[in-house]
Design a protein around this ligand. Structure first.
Ligand code: PGA
Length: 250
């Protein structure tokens, strides 16, 4: 019903030349999948990645977008710039952006709206810190983060958004949420979307899990009914490992 979506988040890795090499190595390994495959590359790699992706069904993604159309925002990129460069997906509100670059739920919402208005598909990241899970706040927090991020979008727009549930304690740590934990929290997110936008919309929204997902744990996570894919950091930097994740159903 929902097409799975596996997205690589390269973070601040890969020069343009390295990006070309990784994509060329990846292309033959994932050519037979029906899963949506995305590589979210550093902005400077976009032209090289676009070129390297020619003739493949792998989609191009960016890692952030500014909310203004243009103007005095030194160092930022607009949705129109990304779109014209061939980008289709954009990660918004990654926990590293929230933690190190002052992103808030409000700016995540503004960026999400700008991305959608320009015809980009946002991959909106939500997720709790370790202390928040231990204190029992996970459900309330991911509900709040999700609903704020989507505020101002029409139900038709919400349907196309991708959400990535990434427990912050599982990112880059080797710790993964259990299959059941990830499924349960993603179920909470889907219920929140259903309550606000209706079941029809909630059943269409693709919700990924992210946090140390890799070849060895992808099958168990993807077997869960609520989990529609993954946002993959470390394991997306090697073609064979990322291909194992993409080909979870083979
Ligand atoms: P990780 O990163 O797979 O390296 O844990 C995931 C992410 O931050 O998107």
């Amino acid at each position: 019903m929902r097409t799975p979506i596996i997205a690589g988040n390269w973070k601040m890795n890969m020069t343009p030349k390295e990006a070309t090499g990784l994509i060329e190595a990846l292309k033959p390994l994932v050519k037979d999948t029906n899963t949506t495959v995305v590589v979210c590359v550093p902005a400077i790699d976009i032209p090289a990645a676009k070129q390297a992706l020619r003739g493949s069904r792998i989609k191009l993604g960016a890692q952030n977008v500014h909310f203004a159309e243009s103007g005095a925002y030194t160092g930022e990129l607009s949705a129109a710039m990304l779109k014209e460069a061939g980008v289709e997906y954009v990660i918004i509100g990654h926990s590293e952006r929230r933690q190190y670059f002052g992103e808030t739920d409000e700016t995540v919402n503004k960026r999400t709206r700008a991305a959608v208005a320009a015809g980009l598909t946002p991959i909106v990241c939500v997720g709790e810190l370790k202390e928040q899970r231990e204190a029992g706040y996970t459900d309330a927090l991911v509900t709040y983060q999700t609903l704020i991020a989507l505020t101002g979008l029409t139900p038709t727009e919400v349907r196309k958004v991708v959400i990535a549930y990434e427990p912050v304690w599982a990112i880059g740590t080797g710790l993964t949420a259990t299959d059941e934990q990830a499924n349960e929290t993603i179920g909470v997110i889907r219920k929140a979307i259903a309550a606000r936008y209706g079941k029809g919309v909630a059943n269409r929204v693709r919700i990924q899990y992210g946090g140390s997902m890799k070849g060895s744990n992808v099958k168990g996570l993807m077997a869960q009914p609520e989990i529609d894919g993954g946002l993959i950091g470390g394991a997306s930097l090697k073609a064979d490992e990322f291909a194992k994740v993409v080909n979870f159903d083979k």
